[in-house]
Design a protein around this ligand. Structure first.
Ligand SMILES: [Zn+2]
Length: 385
């Protein structure tokens, strides 16, 4: 009997695994994968100031080629449950749709990957012609320090090597098969701080208003594009997200002003080159007049892109055969755990349709679960042909 992705997705959706809670979701995967002959490890990672997080690594087979499915069982909070048409952890099915927090991001795709693997193995007497593994974390939607980044390191220390990885994030925009993510932009946060001299607004000559300098520097940093984009990416972008002066007094010139910003950057930059570019532009705009500095937050989100090649061709071909669509190769959207995997092996992202991710009434078409399972199955059959 074929493995049932809908039943498995529903079982996962009933686990309330809001980051950092495991919620029973990894135990479901452990039971199913062990039942199919996988060796399953549960690894808990922690560091000071963060919640310890459970992760799972499962593998069947001991030889190359080694294809890994990666993903996360944690979900974002449901918000006000009363606004959902179906309770967020009930896995209700109505009108051909499966409802629940995590339906598309990304328990549904995990269920499809497991079902496809079980079917593939069953068709080959229970053994792969190589190795299949699952790299599953419970720390993707949170600060992501005790998840995939540590799981990859843990696997490496055990001597695990991966040839290719498929991450089941909801890559598709409107219909299953419309988009593969082949890379991601990087993300960098900073705070621009301009110093002034506090004083009475009626005597500005005795003070130095840092708001003027802040506006000058903000304007300069917003004026010019950071680049023109590259072969795989659109232009990098800087957005100011907050201006913080916090001055409640109407007749006081403040002593300091701050503005926070985020940059989503492409493969024209490293973090270091980007910091240098921003600071150079600020320095030019400031001249001798404005006393300024930028505090950069540490970032573990560099940009990357997976090069074209046989693996990409194989995945595109499988998607086209099952869905009739030729997927767009995209690098848009936020960061994902692929940024931690790309240092170990080429990684592509293909999952369900992302339209309702993180929303009230998150849901997937049941038909999409069937189709995604067929896509993964075809990828496995070709990969291990
Ligand atoms: Zn996700």
């Amino acid at each position: 009997m074929a493995a049932d992705p809908l039943a498995l997705a529903a079982e996962l959706l009933r686990c309330p695994s809001v980051t950092p809670a495991e919620g029973g979701a990894l135990s479901v995967l452990e039971r199913v994968l062990k039942g199919a002959g996988f060796t399953v490890h549960r690894a808990t990672f922690a560091e000071p100031g963060t919640a310890p997080i459970e992760n799972l690594y499962a593998r069947i087979g001991s030889t190359a080629p080694h294809l890994a499915f990666a993903g996360h069982t944690d979900v974002v909070p449901p918000g006000d449950e009363a606004t959902w048409h179906h309770p967020p952890f009930a896995a209700a099915i109505e009108g051909g749709m499966l409802y629940g927090r995590g339906a598309v991001d990304m328990k549904g795709a995990l269920a499809c990957a497991v079902a496809a693997s079980l079917d593939h193995l069953a068709a080959r007497g229970g053994k792969p012609k190589g190795s299949i593994s699952f790299l599953i974390t419970g720390d993707e939607e949170g600060i992501a320090v005790n998840g995939t980044v540590k799981l990859m390191q843990w696997a490496k220390e055990r001597g695990e090597t991966f040839d290719h990885c498929l991450l089941g994030e909801p890559s598709n925009a409107a219909e299953l098969g419309d988009t593969i993510k082949v890379g991601r932009r990087g993300s960098l946060n900073g705070t621009l701080i301009v110093a002034g001299k506090q004083g009475h607004v009626a005597y500005p000559e005795r003070a130095e208003n840092p708001v003027r300098g802040l506006v000058t520097l903000m304007s300069a940093l917003m004026a010019e594009p950071l680049d023109q984009g590259s072969a795989s990416f659109g232009p990098s972008n800087l957005e100011f997200t907050s201006i913080d002066i916090g001055n409640a007094t109407v007749n006081l010139i403040p002593g300091e002003s701050r503005a926070r910003f985020n940059i989503r950057f492409n493969d024209c930059h490293s973090q270091a080159s980007l910091r240098m570019l921003i600071e150079t532009r600020a320095r030019v705009a400031a001249g001798e007049r404005v006393r300024w500095q930028i505090e950069w937050q540490p970032s573990n989100a560099d940009s990357f892109v997976t090069s074209p090649g046989p693996f990409l061709d194989l995945v595109v071909g499988a998607i086209a055969e099952v869905t009739g669509r030729t997927p767009t190769l995209s690098t848009t959207g936020g960061t994902s755990d692929a940024r931690f995997i790309k240092n170990y092996c080429p990684v592509l992202e293909f999952g369900l349709v992302g339209q309702t991710m993180h929303q009230v009434d998150e849901r997937t078409a049941v038909a999409d679960l069937t189709a995604l399972t067929a896509v993964y199955r075809r990828i496995l059959d070709r990969y291990f042909a």
